[in-house]
Write a protein that binds this ligand. Sequence first.
Ligand code: PEP
Ligand code: MG
Length: 542
Amino acid sequence: MRQLHGKPVCGGIAIGRLGFFRSRDRSVARVSVADAAAEHERFAAAHQAAMRQVTELQERARAEIGDKEAAVFEIHQMMLEDDDYLDAIRGVIIEQMCNAEYAVTVTREEFARSFAEMDDPYLQGRAADVRDISDRLLDCLAGRSGELDVGDEPVIVAAKDLTPSETVQMDKRKILAFVTGGGSSNSHTAILARTMGLPAVVDVGDSLDESLDGLPVIVDGFTGAIYVEPDAETTAAMEKRRVEEAARQTMLDSFRGKPNRTRDGKEVMVYANIGSVAEVELVHRYDAGGIGLFRSEFLFLGSSDYPDEDTQFAAYRKVAKEMGGKRSIIRTVDIGADKQIAYFALDAEENPALGLRGLRLCLERPEVFKTQLRALVRASAFGKLAVMFPMVASVWEVAEAKALLETVREELRREDRPFDPDMEVGVMIETPAAAVISDILAREVDFLSLGTNDLTQYTLAVDRQNARLERFCDPHHEAVLRLIRTVVDNAHANNAWVGVCGELAGDTAITETLLRMGVDELSVSPPKVLELRKTIAECTVG
Ligand code: PEP
Ligand code: MG
């Protein structure tokens, strides 16, 4: 038995086989070849394999999700057969007498760049597809399947690191736990693991490598321990822990249907954070009172092109309907920083966390923003939706967003489409600037929601993604708590209600402090809801 260690980011015990996920992000060296014809043949074989994979994927997508989703693989098939693309690769091999991998990489970048520079947003979106097919060719050249080989049996997914879009594209039903070599507890992969209630350990380091692929392991999401090829004694002890954990869940289940009320009678709202329509089921399963944060960018991350208005409308309408009149706050797309999407074709930035992200990006891409707002406002006719803007620093940004929202309402009125004219509007407080001017912001909207993950990052000047800085990334820091207190007071003085939707909302060590400040709503990952209800019942707020 070997033992590895990392940072625990989501509790739970997982026992199973480890499946090592190879990231699609790969760099390739240029190697000179003596025989260009032989290299051509290698490429032709890889091309055949890639074509077979795409056909299979297309058939699977058609059977499992539908024709619309399968269409993307049809595009991939067409691109893989495109003479210009294939001739470019063959040309590089012959002219430069180099390896096929290098030729594919050069061609990938050249084609992706020219697509990204086109005026038509649809053609811009093809940049991501050309990258995708090129990466598939690289996998085939390397003899890799390029996909997470989970087989029929669920696995413990291990990886050097996982991007949010890789995480979102995995079949969650086949995942027992996440283990990554890098990553921080505030990364979006950690957040996704918490939403799904999957044990997760990050920052394990280089000892987590491909040699572990297929081995039996036990992951302890409470302590961060990973037991490789565990002995009988460890397996028995961890099995016992797993049974105890199940008993604790049963105890927490007794809090279903109970109010979120403190010992001295104060009631608060306990909502859930989710990132996909499928996760609405988790909101019901764990008995949350509403959705405090729907991270709508995951709809975009899971897609190979901009989701159009009707696709988004269908998703938000489903949320509204399935929530049956309970408040569901949709956060407008928060792309940028660690959540990059190829088809947005954003310029590389020196400091992406301080760059074009969240509402800033939406205001710079009004056509993308307007499509989302139209979908949202239309869906508001089917339930109790609210909209909220992320990454705000100035009042004018909110004013501009509200003006666009008003334009959308006018348009829909003219088109005679129904919507809820009273849909609530909120602003996320994620920057120190927004916290300091929260009195002015509160007058513009119905509610404020504290995004403490980013508020901590920006207040303490600590990159939330950097695992080495975790000691410094302290959401309990007095500076953060003072800002939260200011925001709560300013919201209430200006007739707005106020919630917390960052990870701090689920930190039961601080629940009493937040309730004493007067926070009205706490929004947490669904599996945290009942534990938080139990903690609230033990608090006295005076
Ligand atoms: C936050 O920053 O606290 C937040 C809830 O948003 P995200 O984690 O998606 O950046
Ligand atoms: Mg944020």
